[in-house]
Design a protein around this ligand. Structure first.
Ligand code: KIV
Length: 276
């Protein structure tokens, strides 16, 4: 069976069914996420703070992003695999931006790429236009764009201040221009529910929300938040398991059993071959 395609996603969207996306950064987790039935797996640059031990997404390199994406690609059968282009891998020139996007498809096996776009982000929109013209499927990402964290100064809700209608208008206009540039879906991060609704109503490709409320076409969460493997819990997210404690309990049991001489037991040891 082939993986979920853009026409498959758009059919689900037209049928009014919500779309699901989760992040994954390695093969074992990606295998479970895929078998769990999501439509899309995003190999997010949230690998920075959820997989690679950085403070945020900014330090993630192309080499790390490609390696994570290739690991996920090897494990996934059904979901669309989306490689997240890291900070600095697009924007300097059209040539390097296209080269780097191509590497996600050719070297890492991604089915699509995702690029963050600032409000009215002309440079990125132009790049996305070129990528889609060349046959590279692109998922847009607006609202809170963590690659601009050094500029924004924190994970603030976008469009909530006194100029909220201007901020919403800017996001609507940016989303419309992304659709004109050919994106197949738009991630909408950390905005008020009203802004999420306004963007969703303005465009005719699916919006995938994270902290964007209930009136969007699909949802995405960061896998470590969902599993209870991340340090913090966020109000935009939901913890569906406490895998962190499960791992810690297993490790403590192992340490205890080795100390007590309970492991390895008789069934864990090899006998010599019977040569008689
Ligand atoms: O990198 C990522 O995981 C993301 C999601 C939060 C949408 O961009």
């Amino acid at each position: 069976m082939s993986r979920t395609s853009i026409p498959d996603l758009h059919e689900t969207y037209r049928d009014g069914e919500p779309l699901t996306m989760l992040t994954a950064y390695d093969a074992p987790i990606a295998r479970q996420v895929d078998r769990g039935g999501v439509d899309m797996i995003l190999v997010g640059d949230t690998a920075g703070d959820n997989h690679l031990g950085y403070d945020d997404t900014v330090p993630v390199t192309m080499a790390e992003a490609l390696s994570n994406t290739a690991a996920v690609d090897r494990a996934v059968e059904d979901a669309m695999v989306i490689g997240d282009m890291p900070f600095g891998s697009y924007g300097q020139s059209m040539e390097t931006s296209v080269d780097n996007a191509v590497r996600f498809l050719k070297e890492a096996g991604a089915d699509a790429v995702k690029l963050e776009t600032a409000p009215h982000g002309d440079t990125t929109i132009e790049i996305i236009d070129r990528l889609t013209e060349l046959g590279i499927p692109v998922q847009g990402h607006i609202g809170l764009t963590p690659q601009r964290m050094n500029q924004i100064g924190g994970a603030y809700i976008q469009g909530r201040d006194t100029s909220s209608s201007a901020a919403t208008d800017a996001l609507v206009e940016t989303a419309e221009r992304l659709v004109d540039a050919g994106v197949f879906a738009v991630v909408l991060e950390t905005v008020t529910e009203g802004t999420g609704k306004a963007v969703t109503e303005a465009i005719d490709v699916p919006t995938i929300g994270i902290g964007a409320g209930r009136h969007v076409d699909g949802q995405v969460l960061v896998i470590t938040d969902l599993l209870g493997l991340g340090g913090e819990s966020f109000s935009l997210s939901k913890r569906y398991a406490d895998v962190g404690s499960t791992i810690r309990t297993a490790v403590e049991s192992y340490v205890e059993e080795v100390a007590d001489g309970e492991f390895p037991a008789e069934e864990n040891v090899y006998d010599p071959l019977d040569e008689s």
